[in-house]
Design a protein around this ligand. Structure first.
Ligand SMILES: [Zn+2]
Length: 77
């Protein structure tokens, strides 16, 4: 059988997720199953997590994350 080339060269999609425990924003790789929250230590199931945004590379992702963090800070209630 022929291998699908696009499958081999898949670039991991980086997503920004929100921790369901503390609401902290985290970066995760979409293919990962779980991720520990850096703020409260909760184990987050990535497929169940609230997705804020996604990015094609880590630079873009961290830029977006910074943006969302700033926005969140402004809207504090
Ligand atoms: Zn958390």
């Amino acid at each position: 059988m022929w291998k699908n080339l696009s499958e081999i060269n898949t670039i991991p999609i980086i997503i920004i997720i929100e921790c369901s425990q503390c609401g902290g924003l985290l970066l995760a790789i979409e293919k990962q199953k779980t991720k520990s929250c850096t703020y409260c230590g909760a184990r987050i199931k990535i497929h169940k997590a609230i997705r804020i945004a996604s990015a094609g590379n880590s630079y873009e992702a961290s830029k977006k994350l910074k943006n969302y963090k700033e926005k969140k800070g402004f809207n504090k209630k």
